[in-house]
Design a protein around this ligand. Structure first.
Ligand SMILES: Cc1ncc(COP(=O)(O)O)c(C=O)c1O
Length: 428
């Protein structure tokens, strides 16, 4: 069957043919197989993949250590839904060892579940309803946070912009929106809502706007304001956790939040996410007999996902994974910038470590209004042409481009050559 036939077949039984809204980004392909840095569609066309399952596959698809650990676990361990297990304990011990804020850890199935739990426990601990999130940050699909994430025009910014129909209005209105990297704006919001804000949640590198790195002074300022106003600080490291280093971005920037959430790269493709942080907060969850904040889930901490997570951490501990992907990410970033400059294309590469994004505009890019300066039409035309040639740059703005431990220097060199050719052909 062709891609087109498969998609038509999918549409008959799956709304829109896909199982998550972002998967409908055109061109919609039907995938057959993926290995290392490559994906193959049902027509056996090969792509060098720069999406990596939205950053999940940090080591690459079917990484041998992860596959072996999973296979062994399938044969040996079952989820009984009761008590605890060696895998759960070892996994939590590893998180506590590596992540600065993590005194205790709970395992959920997705990043959205993790941010939901983190916010709820902050509300319970403070007795306050309101939270602060930032324009352009994404923290999952639930009603606490799904507002002011994506925007097509500057007119939409800082308005009441729920991300879905059917959201619970009081939850939307309890989420206050601030400007990223603007501490004054956050302080004003705290002052205007004195005694009402339970927590601030932030992506310390906002990869949902490509790759906007929060200024360290800004993160330090958030820490100070939270302490001053009796609120908690949550770093949503669902993307950055394990991708920038075993300790997340909190270890790099030196600002320790009260809680953090991590997901994606932890399991190298297997669904696992954590909420971790100060024991005084974590012990409020009712997994603890004295706790009063619900933490439940039939499928929490499944053995195969824990095994995948432990194997991924194991590879990161024994091999220079981060050093390698940072270097390759930089080669990609610098190479693309050189091409833009040589061809006189008004574009800038933004990025951190293994994650990059080309923006067809000139910086600085510190918040969503500045990101929106990027010419989305040019970007999508460029990305679509790359996909046609077999380099999967998700054709949507401002989606990040990711390298993994399985990408090679040769993959990147080949991609840069193709990018130069595409830019010349499109005359952007
Ligand atoms: C920063 C951030 N937080 C939370 C989430 C939600 O994670 P999940 O899709 O696993 O529910 C995402 C997903 O992209 C994310 O990027």
């Amino acid at each position: 069957m062709t891609n087109e036939q498969m998609v038509a077949r999918a549409k008959a039984v799956i709304p829109g043919g896909v199982n998550s809204a972002v998967r409908k980004i055109e061109p919609v392909k039907a995938w057959k197989y993926a290995k290392g840095a490559y994906m193959y569609d049902v027509e056996d066309k090969k792509y060098i993949d720069y999406n990596a399952g939205w950053g999940v596959n940090i080591l690459g698809y079917h990484y041998p250590d992860v596959d072996e650990a999973v296979k062994k676990t399938v044969d040996e361990v079952c989820a009984t839904g009761l008590g605890t297990s060696e895998l759960e304990i070892r996994f939590a011990e590893k998180i506590v060892e590596h992540v600065p804020c993590a005194e205790k850890v709970l395992v959920a199935g997705s990043g959205s579940e993790a941010t939901y739990h983190a916010i709820r426990v902050c509300r319970a601990a403070t007795g306050r309803d309101k939270i602060i999130k930032f324009q352009g940050c994404f923290h999952g699909w639930h009603d606490y946070v799904l507002r002011n994430c994506y925007a097509n025009t500057v007119d939409e910014l800082y308005t009441r912009a729920p991300g879905s129909d059917g959201m619970f209005a009081p939850a939307v209105d309890a989420t206050l929106i601030c400007r990223l990297n603007d501490l004054e704006n956050v302080e004003e919001t705290f002052k205007a809502n004195k005694g009402e804000i339970s927590c601030v949640i932030i992506e310390p590198i906002v990869h949902n706007m490509g790759a906007v790195v929060c200024q360290t002074e800004f993160l330090q300022g958030l820490r100070r304001l939270c302490d001053e106003y009796g609120a908690y600080l949550i770093f949503d490291e669902v993307v950055t956790g394990f991708r920038v280093g075993l300790g997340g971005y909190q270890k790099i920037c030196g600002v320790t939040p009260d809680l953090c959430t991590m997901g994606k790269a932890i399991g190298n493709g297997y669904p696992i996410a954590i909420v971790a942080g100060k024991a005084e907060l974590m012990d409020k969850f009712n997994t603890n007999p004295a706790g009063t904040v619900s933490f439940q889930g039939t499928y929490n901490a499944p053995p195969v996902c824990l095994a995948a997570g432990l194997a991924t951490i194991g590879v990161m501990e024994k091999e220079p994974v981060h050093e390698y992907i940072f270097k390759l990410g930089e080669t990609f970033r610098k190479g693309m910038q050189e091409i833009f400059d040589r061809l006189g294309v008004e574009a800038e590469m933004l990025g951190y470590g293994s994650i990059n994004i080309p923006l067809f505009a000139k910086g600085p890019f510190r918040n969503q209004e500045e990101i929106l300066k990027g010419d989305a039409k040019k970007s999508i035309a460029f990305r679509k042409a790359m996909v046609e040639r077999g380099y999967f740059f998700v054709p949507a703005e401002p989606k990040r481009l990711v390298v993994t431990y399985s990408h090679t220097e040769a993959d990147v060199a080949e991609t840069l050559n193709a990018a130069e050719d595409v830019l010349k052909t499109l005359n952007l």
